[in-house]
Write a protein that binds this ligand. Structure first.
Ligand SMILES: Nc1ncnc2c1ncn2[C@@H]1O[C@H](COP(=O)(O)OP(=O)(O)OP(=O)(O)O)[C@@H](O)[C@H]1O
Ligand SMILES: Cc1ncc(CO)c(N)n1
Length: 526
């Protein structure tokens, strides 16, 4: 076994740069329902980050109930496919599955002899999960020969018995003894699969014969999953070993990681709802974000009601047309200053949790500018109107900041970013619409009593920060589980609802005597 070679491509006389991914070939049969054979192998290669290639040995009409027919094309078809791949592509690992006939097994063995790929995994497929034979009875000797060309062989218990010429092991120790015998005689690592044993476990073991009669046995135990999703588990395991081995220090680590990943795929299989028999495993179980809608697009739609309600609020309408009572604006600005002081600490938490320097810097700058704005609101605006504006946070302000602190306390970056997002995007949205309306009326911003406020939230700098925060939320969402994505959405929607209540708070309350004082110049920032 070796790392992806990056060796020079002798046929073309040009050096191959080190490949971005191991180039892994499967030589196997088909399954039109996509759970076994080359379809399972290619899905496995892709899910585990390898570049997958496939040569077809047999065309099999099968589904989750069983095999209906199997057709092995003329040998020249196999030979041409193998040559087409090998003439052009440097191969880092090969997985061999169903060979079907003696002739195919011997042809593949001869090709391995000639090409000597750095890693060969043979899954000695003989009988499908459904009990149908996938190997001609006279081909067993040829498969025994093929196994001697492999680095690893992955038999289940009936296949192991055929390979060693003994009755099928009835216990796990018997299986280990047979695997040891095969490892010693065929000089091949044996990944023996205990999936066919009765009991609550599904044990596998990697048996490697070393020098001077030493045998290393690494047991890979797992609880048995009660499921119907076991079609193609053998294909998937051997393909996973081929995909991972080029990127692991040894076969033990490759086999361990392959088994762990397969376990998750088996557990997630039934949810695919593919077929009514023994269904496939979910090869994409560890890549939950694939094909999902952008988080922020989904989140934005989820708060369509909030956005419409914001536009209809008397406060927002009056702010937009300049008719808003200055006392009401002063009360709002006071609450906003209190809010920003808390929001700043939550942005600082996002900075602390952020996975990249870029995001850390972005949220740290955000935390800092909130404090600057908060201080400016006090100095330039609120202080000018005396201590009577110095009221405590309102229930709406507290409810919003409590929700943000709860999100921060999860310690989950994706959730924190989702929670802080509405403060950017709801304001950018409302600000942009007010500015557009003013533009349509031809009102210059400096002639508007709240022109400074409107200018802040329709400012390209603020809009760029809002876009950036959205991009970070989408990036975070791409790597999270379904459950975390749901928590992100809940945090976003909750924060957006608090934005609505926050806008609405002054009009829903009798302004306190403290803010009743007329305020001359009305301008502010959030
Ligand atoms: N119900 C299960 N729960 C957990 N692991 C399982 C289960 N069934 C099979 N496995 C695992 O799946 C892998 C394949 O095992 P199995 O013995 O079924 O091979 P196979 O018979 O060659 O597979 P196939 O069904 O593709 O013919 C092994 O790692 C085994 O431990
Ligand atoms: C093509 C093919 N290979 C292997 C198996 C073993 O499950 C299968 N059912 N079909």
């Amino acid at each position: 076994m070796s790392a992806p070679t990056g060796r020079s491509d002798a046929r073309h006389g040009r050096p191959d740069a080190r490949p971005a991914r191991p180039r892994v070939l499967t030589i196997a049969g088909t399954d039109p329902t996509g759970g076994a054979g080359v379809a399972a192998d290619l899905k496995t290669f892709t899910a585990l980050g390898a570049y997958g290639m496939a040569v077809v040995t047999a065309v099999v009409a099968q589904n989750t109930h069983g095999v209906r027919s199997s057709h092995v094309p003329p040998l020249s078809v196999l030979r041409d496919q193998l040559a087409a791949v090998a003439d052009d592509v440097t191969i880092d690992a090969v997985k061999i599955g169903m060979v079907g006939t003696r002739e195919v097994a011997d042809e593949v063995a001869a090709w391995l002899d000639a090409e000597r790929p750095p890693l060969v995994v043979v899954d000695p497929v003989m009988v499908a999960t459904s009990g149908h034979r996938l190997l001609a009875p006279d081909a067993e000797d040829a498969v025994r020969r093929l196994v001697t060309h492999a680095d690893v062989v992955t038999p289940n218990l009936p296949e192991l018995a055929v390979l060693v010429g003994e009755p099928e092991a009835a216990t796990w120790p018997e299986a280990l003894a047979q695997a040891t015998s095969l490892a010693e005689h065929a000089r091949v690592a044996v990944l023996v699969k205990g999936g066919h044993l009765a009991g609550g476990r599904s044990p596998d073991a990697l048996v490697v014969a070393g020098p001077e009669g030493r045998v290393d046995v690494t047991e890979l135990d797992a609880p048995r999953i009660a499921t119907t999703a076991t079609h193609g588990t053998g294909c998937t395991l051997s393909a996973a070993v081929a995909a991972l081995a080029p990127r692991r220090p040894d076969l033990v680590e490759a086999a361990r990681d392959a088994k762990e990943w397969l376990h998750g795929a088996i557990a997630a299989g039934e949810a695919l709802r593919v077929g009514s028999g023994r269904g496939p495993v979910d090869h994409l179980h560890a890549a939950p974000g694939l094909g999902e809608r952008r988080f922020t697009a989904e989140a934005w739609d989820a708060i369509a009601d909030v956005r419409a309600a914001c536009d209809d609020l008397p406060f927002v309408r009056a702010l937009g047309d300049g008719s808003l009572d200055a006392d009401e604006f002063a009360a709002y600005v006071r609450q906003d200053a209190l809010y920003l002081a808390q929001y700043s600490t939550v942005l600082a938490r996002a900075a602390q949790l952020a996975p990249t320097l870029e995001e850390r810097a972005f949220f740290a700058r955000g935390a800092s500018s909130c404090l600057t704005i908060e201080a400016a609101l006090h100095e330039d605006w609120l202080a000018a109107h005396g201590p009577r504006l110095d009221v405590p946070p309102s229930p709406e302000t507290l409810a919003y900041t409590d929700a943000l602190h709860r999100a921060a306390a999860t310690g989950d970056y994706a959730v924190v970013v989702a929670a802080v997002l509405p403060c950017y995007s709801v304001y950018a949205d409302v600000g942009a619409r007010i500015a557009r309306r003013l533009g349509e009326c031809g009102t210059p911003e400096d002639a508007h009593p709240y022109g400074a406020w409107i200018a802040t939230y329709s400012d390209p700098v603020f809009l760029a920060a809002s876009d950036q925060a959205r991009a970070y939320a989408d990036r975070a969402a791409a790597y999270v589980s379904r459950a975390t994505r749901a928590r992100m959405l809940a945090a976003f929607v909750e924060a957006a609802r608090h934005e609505l209540a926050f806008f609405d708070q002054t009009s829903r309350r009798d302004l306190s005597a403290a803010t009743r004082e007329r305020v001359g110049s009305a301008s502010g920032q959030r």
